[in-house]
Design a protein around this ligand. Structure first.
Ligand SMILES: Nc1ncnc2c1ncn2[C@@H]1O[C@H](COP(=O)(O)OP(=O)(O)O)[C@@H](O)[C@H]1O
Ligand SMILES: [Mg+2]
Length: 215
């Protein structure tokens, strides 16, 4: 049996002793075993011995698991245990954090996503991401969704683009609320609507994998 171990960054309350409830009294988190296997036969993505560092500080230790085709996989854990860091390592969003180093192997359809010839723009179209905090572009609702399909050449004319935008907004359960204001700024929507706009933007390029960070 393989155990998935994620390290927590710090003790819950460093140095504080003698409280009635101390998590270390009744749980040794490091010895928890994974129930079932973290590996599947039809892996879409595979992580093996993934270690991630921010400068000297290690945020993830030896994570190995598969994400199966058509599988919905949820990860839970306390704040700071490395969930966002792990998600960002799956589409190389950690690349844009200069102090961050990712070690280990991560594959998509068996291909190393950290290979030197990997095109990260293409990778992020295939492995899309919705962030915890909604971050619409400072553009119209329509343009937020059309942006990805446009840079990837997915629509040949205005009618095709209109269809992609409408379908993506429908699949994110937002279309009915915004259909009369598609030319209004995406940043003017309410928080929950902004997040659904970001989901529509992510799915507009038909990604093969969607990473959702507590959206
Ligand atoms: N950009 C960053 N620079 C430095 N340290 C970071 C950065 N992002 C996350 N960390 C650290 O990495 C650890 C894991 O953080 P994170 O992946 O955000 O956890 P979670 O999403 O589970 O709350 C934490 O200790 C956090 O402080
Ligand atoms: Mg997080």
């Amino acid at each position: 049996m393989n155990a998935i171990v994620e390290t927590t960054g710090e003790d819950i309350v460093p140095g504080q002793k003698g409280r009635a409830l101390d998590i270390h009294d009744h749980a040794n988190v490091m010895n928890e075993e994974t129930i079932g296997s973290p590996f599947v036969d039809n892996a879409k993505m595979s992580a093996r011995n993934v270690n991630v560092f921010y400068d000297e500080k290690q945020a993830i230790t030896d994570v190995s698991l598969d994400i199966g085709k058509n599988e919905v996989l949820a990860m839970i854990g306390p704040s700071g245990c490395g969930k966002s860091t792990f998600l960002r390592s799956l589409n190389r969003m950690n690349d844009i954090i200069p102090i961050c180093r990712v070690r280990g192997d991560i594959t998509l359809d068996g291909e190393d996503i950290y290979a030197s010839d990997q095109d990260t723009v293409m990778l992020r179209a295939r492995v899309g991401m919705v962030f915890q905090k909604p971050n619409p572009f400072p553009k119209s609702i329509y343009e937020n969704v059309a942006y990805g399909p446009r840079i990837h050449g997915l629509a040949h004319n205005k009618a095709e683009m209109d269809e992609i935008v409408e379908n993506s907004l429908r699949r994110a359960s937002l279309f009915e609320e915004v259909k009369d204001q598609l030319d209004k700024p995406g940043t003017g929507l309410f928080g929950g609507q902004q997040q659904r706009l970001c989901i529509a933007r992510a799915i507009a390029v038909s990604p093969e994998v969607i990473l959702m960070d507590e959206p």
